[in-house]
Design a protein around this ligand. Structure first.
Ligand SMILES: *[C@@H]1O[C@H](CO)[C@@H](O)[C@H](O)[C@H]1NC(C)=O
Ligand SMILES: *[C@@H]1O[C@H](CO)[C@@H](O)[C@H](O)[C@H]1NC(C)=O
Ligand SMILES: *[C@@H]1O[C@H](CO)[C@@H](O)[C@H](O)[C@H]1NC(C)=O
Ligand SMILES: *[C@@H]1O[C@H](CO)[C@@H](O)[C@H](O)[C@H]1NC(C)=O
Ligand SMILES: *[C@@H]1O[C@H](CO)[C@@H](O)[C@H](O)[C@H]1NC(C)=O
Ligand SMILES: *[C@@H]1O[C@H](CO)[C@@H](O)[C@H](O)[C@H]1NC(C)=O
Ligand SMILES: *[C@@H]1O[C@H](CO)[C@@H](O)[C@H](O)[C@H]1NC(C)=O
Length: 314
């Protein structure tokens, strides 16, 4: 639309890139899919109005994010990937970049020019470096197979959609007396579209010998500031008993057999008692049996009840 303006802008970009390149840049951070704030930190000491100024932001590939030309937004030079994603905050001279993507990390520059009768004069420039973060989801422990003393512990831990790559991921097994750390290879996968990472580790170990029950945590160690993300505790409380020594086992087996034998004898005895009155009337069996089993001990009218039943059948 305005080839002359574009040319001037390009020329200025080329010149000023060189000027700015060794200036210290301010760092800023933004969360994925949120808004980044790209500063300019302009002090308007001469009280210039926007109608006299030309200001724009560009990325490290000199693609323009936003241009305000004599007080009006100008889209001609704005790169397609930034269209509709920016808003300018006049009070703080800050550009907001919305829906931040991982690909947005990098260096940005802001330029403010005064447009006078002799052309554009650079008033102010600033660079800033944007880093993008995404919080990993809380690590989640998922059992691969059921935990028992015989088959051992077999778990996977997952954490999704974070950035940048975490440092490491490991399991911590807490039993009564000790905490053991297990780290194995962390599997990392990258989402093709969002460029976010998901990570997982697998644990397959024998059940700690002699331990009653075990509490397991999964720990994700993050790169910046060495922070940690902890999973909810996973309680491994195997149903099968703690293995005992051979000689003990023998006596336990004997005791167990005796108990079984006693139970069997009692059961047979009870069954005989129950079966006797039921032979003649199948229709009422279930109901009568139910009542019997509840009333056998307490009810004194048991015998009469049986008699009545017999009557009704004949
Ligand atoms: C970004 O956030 C919006 C809502 O704020 C949500 O609907 C969308 O799914 C998010 N996109 C991604 C890629 O997470
Ligand atoms: C700056 O200029 C505007 C008019 O353009 C005026 O209203 C305002 O008072 C001035 N501010 C200062 C601090 O000079
Ligand atoms: C990410 O985690 C940090 C620290 O836990 C928290 O302060 C921040 O609000 C989180 N950001 C998002 C976008 O959830
Ligand atoms: C664990 O055992 C239960 C039965 O006790 C079974 O239903 C379940 O499918 C088992 N889970 C795994 C992961 O093997
Ligand atoms: C753990 O689970 C995997 C996948 O189901 C299986 O191949 C492996 O044998 C299991 N390990 C143990 C110790 O149960
Ligand atoms: C735990 O400690 C107690 C005494 O403090 C000890 O008797 C027991 O054997 C220990 N258990 C294990 C698994 O080390
Ligand atoms: C695990 O054992 C400890 C003591 O050894 C006990 O306090 C705790 O309640 C047990 N946890 C479960 C889930 O059984």
């Amino acid at each position: 639309m305005d080839p002359r303006g574009t040319m001037v802008l390009r020329l200025l970009v080329c010149v000023t890139v060189v000027l700015v390149s060794d200036a210290a840049s301010q760092k800023s951070e933004a969360y994925f899919n949120r808004t980044a704030f790209l500063p300019c930190q302009f002090v308007n000491s001469q009280n210039k109005s926007l109608a006299e100024l030309v200001l724009f932001w560009q990325d490290q590939e000199t693609l323009v994010l936003y241009e305000l030309y004599l007080g009006k937004e100008k889209l001609d030079n704005v790169n397609a990937k930034y269209l509709g994603r920016t808003s300018f905050d006049q009070k703080s001279w800050t550009l907001q970049l919305h829906n931040v993507r991982i690909q947005d990390k990098g260096l940005y520059q802001c330029y403010i020019h005064h447009k006078g009768p002799t052309g554009l004069i650079l008033l102010h420039k600033m660079s800033s470096e944007l880093s993008v973060l995404a919080n990993f989801s809380e690590p989640e422990i998922v059992p691969v197979s059921n935990i028992s003393r015989n088959s051992g512990i077999n778990l996977t831990c997952l954490s999704r959609q974070g950035y940048p790559k975490p440092k490491k991921m490991y399991f911590a097994l807490k039993s009564q007396n000790s905490t053991i750390h297990y780290s194995s290879n962390m599997q990392i996968s990258e989402d093709n579209v969002t460029k976010l990472y998901s990570v997982s580790v697998h644990l397959s170990v024998p059940f700690p010998s002699g331990a009653g029950n075990v509490t397991i945590f999964c720990v994700l160690e993050l790169e910046p500031k060495k922070t940690q993300l902890l999973s909810l505790p996973f309680f491994a409380d195997p149903k099968d008993p703690i293995p005992v020594k051979k000689d003990q086992r023998f006596w336990i087996a004997i005791a167990f057999s005796i108990v079984i034998a006693v139970i069997a004898v009692i059961a047979i005895h009870k069954r005989r008692k129950k079966q006797r009155p039921d032979i003649s009337h199948k229709g009422e069996t279930t109901k009568a049996e139910k009542e019997e089993s509840e009333q056998v001990e307490e009810s004194p009218g048991y015998a009469t009840l049986l008699k009545e039943n017999k009557h009704s059948c004949t």
